[in-house]
Every structure is written in structure tokens, then in C-alpha cells.
Write a protein that binds this ligand. Sequence first.
Ligand code: BT5
Length: 313
Amino acid sequence: MNDTRARVLAALADGSRSGPALADELGISRAAVWKHVEALREAGFEIESDGEGYVLASVPEYGGPAVEFGLDAPYSIEYHESIGSTNSRARELAKEGAENVVVLADEQTGSRGRLNRDWQAPAGGVWMSLVLRPELPTSHAPLLTLAAAVAVTKVAREAGVEAVIKWPNDVLVSTAEGEKKLCGILTEMAGEADRVSWVVVGIGINANLAADEIPETATSLQIEGGEVNRRIVVQRVLEEFTDLAADTDAILPAWREYALTLGQYVRVETPNGDVLGEAVDVEFPGTLVLKTDDGTVRISAGECEHLRPVQSR
Ligand code: BT5
């Protein structure tokens, strides 16, 4: 949303204003005020005009302007009703030089998980990809994936859903039928020498989706805690993520607090074979530390399966 339009909106949210008063307050013409009010109405904001002036009556349920309104994080939102993959679009934007843009979609028709696996993304979920240009050495980039998992876990808990994290980047809910995946994260990046050039953090949260819309191994915020306001979910995830990304020392402690993996016997599939052991810690920048029969093993990437909690042995 352009800056003047955002200021018009903020003023109307603050209380009723006449057209001339608004024009004076913002230093623009009355015709410009009218143009912005009409554009906001077209974007779904209900702006009532009583005898006194204009006032904001309601905010659209979802979409770019809705998420930008009241967002306490520095992103512009590019919204699509339907798109192939928000990560693909975000990569395009990143290559064109974009920064602090979030590609958000109601539905994705060709979304991807890691290793090009399929990701189901019907209308009703929260599908978004952040385009970032952080001042980070390339080797620190995994921290951003952990930060995204922490942000989603925190927001799921705010919605009353007891989410936990499985190393490295799955957000799960432990249900009577076992662990079910609530959110997946796909981070892609390009770097020059030891500096990150751009990072795309793709976050897929099963928000308002029913059991028959997602895989059997998955769950949703709606199933676990009831329907959510997706506008607020997106805003809160972006706000929490931004706070963590600005304070990278806080990421690992927060991740450990939410981690289901720590304290479990796990099997991790790695390119060099399976490793079995007790997950004892996660170290900078996201390395899993396992206590195995052959000593301590550190793993930077792999597929992790929880076998059982250590105390149940
Ligand atoms: C992930 O991959 O978990 C990363 C998923 C990232 C999706 C987001 S949505 C926004 C952005 N745009 C994209 O195109 N992608 C990102 P992985 O760990 O490889 O898990 C993939 C596996 O999860 C699949 O093989 C299925 O078994 C399962 N799966 C597919 N759709 C799912 C869903 N909606 N919920 C839970 N699990 C799902």
C-alpha cells in the first residue's frame, strides 16, 4: 500500500474525519483524499461517511492491504488468490532485487516442500514466502529457518494449539493418533562469497483447513483449536519472526524451549546413512547433537524421526 494511502487509513482508524480536515492533516488535496478513500473501499475496507466525515468501520478479512494494516513489521505484501508457488514468485522478486516483500496466497497449485516434494496448499491455509536480504554470513542462514519455526510455534500457541518443533523445521502437534504436521518451512537462498545475497523463507501453515483437505499425517489450526483469523496469524508470525531475526542470539534458546526433538531417541537419515541416538542439543547455527553408542555426533542436515522419549526407556 502506498505511504499516503496508509496514512489516510491510519487517520480514519483513529476516528471520524471530514474530507477537508483529513486533507489538511495529511497535506494533500481533497480530491486526493477522495481518491484514496475510494481505493481503500475497493480493497475491501468499509469506510462509512456520516454527517461528520469518514470513519473506518471494518477491515477486509484477508489479502495484501488487510495484512499490511496494523502490521508491526517492515514488509509489503504481494497477495495472490491463487499462485503456483509463493517461493517461486519470491525467488523471482529476490533476483530482481526486492527486499522485505512477503508473497502471500490463499491457494497454491504447485507448491513445494524440501527435495522437491509436493506440498498441498488448498484455499484456507496460510502460504507465504518472505524475501529478505539479511546482513549475514551464508553459514548463519539456517538460523532464519529455526526463527520461522519458533515464530509459528509461538503464534499457534497464542491460538490455543500446543505446537512443538521437530528438528530442523517442522511444527507439529502431538495428537492421540501420533505426531501431525501443522507447518512446513522451505528456505532457499543465494550468496556471494561468504555473504548472503537473498533468502526466501517459505512458510506453510495449515490454518483453516479440514482433515480431508490435507494429508493424513497433517493437522491444522482449525482442527486443533478452531477457526482462526488468518490476517492476525500472518501479522503475528511476521512480527515474531522479525523480532527474532533482529536478535539472533535469542533464536536458539527459544527453539530449545519449544523443541520436542530434544530428549528423544531419534533416527536421522543423512546423506552418509542413518544415525541413531539421543538428541541432546541443537547448536549454532542449527546443528543437531546426538549422543550415540559411538560417541557424540553432530548433524547439520537430514530427516529426523522421533522414536521415543528418553525417559520412557
Ligand atoms: C516442508 O517440506 O515441510 C516445507 C514445506 C514448505 C511449504 C511452503 S508453503 C509457502 C512456500 N511456497 C512453497 O512452494 N513452499 C513453501 P518437507 O519437510 O519436504 O515436507 C513435505 C512433506 O509434507 C510431503 O512429502 C507430504 O508428506 C507432507 N505434506 C504435504 N502437504 C502438507 C500439508 N499441507 N501439511 C502437512 N504436511 C504436508
